[in-house]
Design a protein around this ligand. Structure first.
Ligand code: HAM
Length: 434
């Protein structure tokens, strides 16, 4: 009988499998923890939304909206899109639940999968993960500096050192139209091809991001937004930089930075990692002072970032960092025989209930093979339980680091294990408020 064909994951969609999945989760959690340290509350949102949220929020002329969205019609004939980014959804939820009617700024952190139909390559996937924060309802440059510093500290906590923070100001609703006209006039005088001319009409800023050397050569004298800021925007940007200086957060001002989303205003930034090759954008963000009003809410400003978890994992590997515990468990049980297997189920269950991480072997394997598994698990301790130990009411506790081993009475296993492992990391237990 011919076997059935196997099914692979869709193109460009990564699986996160052990042991690498441990690193992925550890990196993601460390990025979230940096936001937690700055008072951001978690928000969990749907992965699909009404398509109009992104066409209106992110901007129809962006590649993300015009070329990369996973859009489909659902069974109720509604146009639905898998979220390509997180900011528009957060804004939708803030407006829908009236979070903006409470204390400001509203500070939120999220993590999860996002979807863009891009050509897959190293560091660029069709489903990828971001950790993002959004702070809504304050214009204070100290908030811009906070958001940027949270990103910087998140990477530092992981141990990354090789990235560069680039930032600029894209001006506000007043500066931008005047600058746009200047740039358009400049571009109109250049010998550009037809498609680029069209782009210059629709979104002249994007032309500055043209990667072709011939085009870049033509653009060397292009007017820059940073030189055309109003006094208000200029002062705001200077204050952001001054706080970053005092925090000793290193940065370079890159007046030619172009972000792929249309909602950005004023402070805009990117973390770039040179070891990542073509997909060097580790994370990025900025202000989006017109977005909330664009989505039908009050005219509140906001700022946030999205950090790519996948690329952060790649950057950590490129810097030779090991992130997260590689050990699957602390204690590994090796039962020799059926009675021992059942007894070990009880020992393992009790140790786990006491907060110790325990795995074990199954299926009557020989001692040698089972000890190999114990080593592979990364455990510090092996508990070897044979029928004779059972009769005597003991288990052999073996320190896999020193090689020491000694029999321990079954009711003393927990304290013997703790003697070797040391104090447990304190965790906050669930509790019922009084
Ligand atoms: P973004 O720059 O489009 O910004 O994405 C943020 C990060 O997500 C990128 O720097 C990159 O690390 C990662 N990323 C994006 N696309 C892919 C992909 N195809 N494969 C792997 N990683 C990817 C935003 O999404 C904004 N919502 C960030 C923001 C929040 N701005 C303000 N608030």
């Amino acid at each position: 009988m011919a076997g059935k064909t196997t099914i692979s994951a869709p193109k460009g969609v990564p699986d996160y499998i052990p042991p690498a999945s441990r690193t992925f989760v550890a990196v993601r959690d460390m990025l979230v923890a940096a936001a937690d340290r700055a008072g951001y509350s978690p928000i969990e949102l749907p992965v699909f939304e009404d398509t109009a949220l992104f066409t209106r929020g992110v901007g129809e002329s962006t590649d993300v909206v015009s070329k990369e969205m996973y859009t489909f019609t659902d069974r109720g004939d509604r146009s639905i899109t898998l979220r390509p980014e997180g900011t528009a959804g957060v804004m939708r939820a803030v407006i829908e639940h009236g979070l903006d009617r409470g204390a400001l700024p509203v500070k939120l952190v999220y993590e999860g999968p996002f979807f863009r139909s891009e050509a897959p390559q190293a560091g660029r996937y069709r489903q990828f993960h971001q950790v993002g924060i959004e702070a809504i309802g304050s214009d204070d440059p100290a908030l811009d500096a906070e958001v940027i510093a949270v990103g910087h500290e998140a990477y530092r906590a992981i141990g990354l050192t090789g990235y560069r923070l680039e930032l600029t100001s894209l001006g506000d609703a007043v500066d931008r139209p005047a600058y746009r006209e200047k740039l358009q006039a400049f571009l109109a005088g250049l010998p550009l091809d037809e498609a680029t001319r069209e782009r210059a009409k629709l979104n002249p800023l994007r032309v500055l991001d043209d990667k072709r050397p011939a085009v870049q050569a033509l653009l060397s004298d292009a007017p820059l937004m940073l030189d055309h800021l109003s006094s208000g925007s200029g002062e705001h940007f200077r204050q952001v930089l001054a706080i970053l200086d005092r925090l000793a957060v290193p940065y370079v001002v890159n007046p030619r930075m172009v972000r792929g989303l249309d909602y950005y205003t004023r402070t805009t930034f990117e973390f770039v990692h040179p070891l990542l090759g073509a997909q060097s954008g580790l994370g990025g963000g900025g202000r989006y002072d017109g977005l909330m009003a664009e989505l039908g809410g009050q005219p509140l400003s906001g700022i946030g970032f999205g950090l790519g978890v996948d690329r952060t994992v790649l950057a950590a590997a490129a810097e030779g960092l090991t992130v997260g515990q590689s050990a699957r468990c602390e204690v590994y049980g090796v039962p020799m025989g059926e009675g021992a297997s059942r007894e070990l189920a009880v020992i393992a269950g009790r140790l786990r209930a006491a907060g110790i991480r325990v795995d074990r072997s199954y299926g009557g394997r020989g001692l040698k093979a089972a000890m190999k598994s114990a080593d592979a698990s990364g455990a510090r301790i092996a508990l070897v339980l044979g029928d004779r130990d059972l009769e005597q009411g003991t288990v052999m506790v073996k320190d896999l680091l020193s090689g020491d081993q000694h029999p321990v009475a079954l009711d003393r296993v927990e304290s013997a294990v703790r003697d070797i492992l040391g104090d447990p990391t304190p965790t906050v237990p669930a509790h019922r408020p009084e």
